[in-house]
Design a protein around this ligand. Structure first.
Ligand code: CP
Length: 303
């Protein structure tokens, strides 16, 4: 990890990821620890969020730190034309760490290049969402007992979904096999397929969400079609409901299959799936608290 910021999941080595998973496990055993006493953390959300912001803020509160920031950029001086540069410089006068979500790809990287305090990327456009990836890895490790040699099926918006992009990059350490299920308009971008090819990662692309694909899967990673990324809303309307997981589709699935979703869901998972023991998405979101406690301590150099 360079300059202590977390911008992309590739900022972490395999050893760092494994250490963070162990730290998350310890935080799950004991989430209330006074490790951030005297620290102030800023959460700057230029895009909406429920889970990421609230779990980061819960993590800070449970570690004894204090939180400043905004959840709606229209209430900040960016609405008066203040640049991201100046906002970061200002907030770094007040806080020991900045956690930011921004609609522009590369915004967190840019901020990390001049910020006097570490930056955690809480999502930048369609690019990366590395703290989500840590909680996804933690959820996979807890439910599968390993991260190695898993068959992971990603379904839905693979073009704009930053969570699948980050997860794909992180899994390269663990010899995965991927199925990408998406319509033509929302296929996995070519740069991520090149990444797989360069690192010898097996992947298969499908437009059908078939029983054959579900039945060979260990982790079924459903995603929402990201309405906010479309410039043509007619196109969004055409593709928004193409893939919906229903309970009946899980009848032949493996016992160890777990269904993940970064949430929020819209229509991708029918409500009848929620009671299936293989549905793990709400627990996955809870795991975000422990994974984010581990990340905050790491970027602040707290053992
Ligand atoms: N998974 C996720 O990023 O959720 P929020 O948009 O609610 O933070």
């Amino acid at each position: 990890m360079s300059n202590n910021s977390l911008v992309s999941i590739s900022d972490f080595s395999k050893d760092e990821i494994l250490e963070l998973l162990e730290d998350a496990r310890r935080f799950e055993e004991n989430p209330n620890q006074n490790l951030l006493s005297g620290k102030v953390v800023a959460t700057l959300f230029f895009e909406p969020s429920t889970r990421t912001r609230l779990s980061f803020e819960t993590a800070i509160n449970r570690l004894g730190g204090r939180v400043i920031g905004f959840s709606d950029a229209s209430t900040s001086s960016s609405s008066k034309g203040e640049t991201l540069h100046d906002t970061i410089m200002m907030v770094s006068n007040y806080a020991d760490l900045i956690i930011m979500r921004h609609y522009l790809e590369g915004a967190a990287r840019y901020a990390s290049e001049f910020s006097p305090v570490p930056i955690i990327n809480a999502g930048d456009g369609a690019n990366q969402h590395p703290s989500q990836t840590m909680l996804d890895l933690y959820s996979m490790y807890k439910t599968q007992g390993t991260l190695d040699n898993l068959t992971i099926t990603m379904v839905g918006d693979l073009k704009y979904g930053r969570t699948v992009h980050s997860l794909l990059m992180a899994m390269y350490y663990f010899k995965p096999r991927f199925n990408f299920v998406a319509c033509e308009e929302l296929k996995m971008p070519v740069e991520y397929k090149i990444f797989c090819e360069k690192h010898g990662i097996e992947y298969h692309e499908y437009t059908d969400f078939s029983a054959d694909v579900i039945n060979e899967t260990d982790i079924l990673y459903m995603t929402r079609v990201q309405r906010e990324r479309f410039t043509d809303l007619m196109e969004y309307e055409r593709v928004k409901n193409l893939y919906t997981l229903r309970n009946s589709m899980l009848e032949g699935s493996k016992d160890n299959l777990r269904i993940l979703h970064p949430l929020p869901r819209v229509n991708e998972i029918a409500y009848d799936v929620d009671k299936n023991p293989k549905a793990y998405y709400f627990k996955q979101a809870q795991n975000g608290l422990y994974a984010r406690q581990a990340i905050i301590c790491k970027v602040l150099g707290i053992k």
